[in-house]
Design a protein. Structure first.
Length: 266
């Protein structure tokens, strides 16, 4: 049995896959240097790619490659979790990448309380890996989480049995991405805590084909059809967005510097 499984789903992912796999390799190597007895695996589950995704994966002999028997993003995610055979799982999307300290920092932040889920900060990058903005993991308010995404799904390490207990396909609505799954965990007594190690960073890519960007445009991200519902609680959504804005990286400090007439770029 493994201590940690890194899960990456692929589907025609050739554009950014090398960078993703290389970053996971470096992060696992960093973990081995810190904790040489920890057993890990990198599980790549492909949804039937027609590009060079499989050829790229074949160049990384230490990853475990599987073809998904499922249709749809979240059914495939559940399948990947079901075959992970590990205590904990973390996710690195095929168009994203992570810092070398990512896996080790999350793992070392675990406690004996399996309801605590460590989450790190995120740096958003564009298609050329240029930094757009950073997001510091805010304190999670379970009420506001219903109206804005305070917790980003791939920047955490999860107790595997908890992921199996609350499968994605049964808890996630397309319009909400992983939002509903995270809320289900929160409502079931799980707690998200911020990893304060500055080097522990998840790099999330924003480009026209990402799930995040497609959700913003209101397009389906799964094979199952469902209607996109409009959230009627606009005032609460605005309050929640303001809360998140204030906890964005250095946002409050930037506002203070602006009001004082000084500059603050970090």
């Amino acid at each position: 049995m493994y201590q940690i499984t890194v899960i990456t789903l692929t589907l025609n992912s050739e554009a950014y896959l090398h960078q993703c796999l290389q970053s996971v390799n470096k992060s696992l190597l960093y973990l081995y240097q810190k904790l040489p007895l920890v057993r890990t695996q990198h599980l790549v589950v492909d949804g039937g790619s027609s590009d060079t995704t499989r050829e790229i994966c074949s160049k990384y002999p230490y990853l475990n490659f599987h073809l998904s028997p499922c249709k749809g993003l979240y059914k495939t995610l559940d399948y990947a979790v079901s075959i992970s055979n590990s205590c904990y799982v973390t996710y690195v999307h095929s168009d994203d990448y992570v810092a070398p300290e990512f896996i080790a920092s999350l793992y070392l932040s675990l406690s004996s309380d399996t309801t605590q889920i460590p989450a790190c900060d995120v740096k958003f990058v564009d298609s050329a890996s240029r930094h757009l903005w950073s997001r510091t993991q805010p304190p999670v308010n379970s009420f506001l989480q219903k109206y804005t995404n305070l917790v980003l799904h791939p920047n955490c390490i999860y107790y595997c049995e908890g992921e199996k207990l609350f499968p994605y396909h049964s808890t996630v609505e397309q319009a909400e991405l992983d939002w509903k799954h995270i809320n289900t965990l929160i409502e079931s007594g799980y707690h998200f805590k911020r990893v304060t190690i500055p080097e522990c960073v998840y790099y999330m890519r924003l480009h026209s084909s990402t799930v995040t960007a497609r959700s913003i445009r209101g397009k389906s991200i799964d094979s199952d059809n469902s209607s996109v519902k409009t959230n009627p609680h606009l005032p609460l959504r605005l309050i929640a967005k303001l809360y998140l804005f204030l906890f964005e990286s250095n946002k409050v400090m930037r506002i203070l510097h602006y009001l004082r007439g000084t500059r603050h770029y970090q």
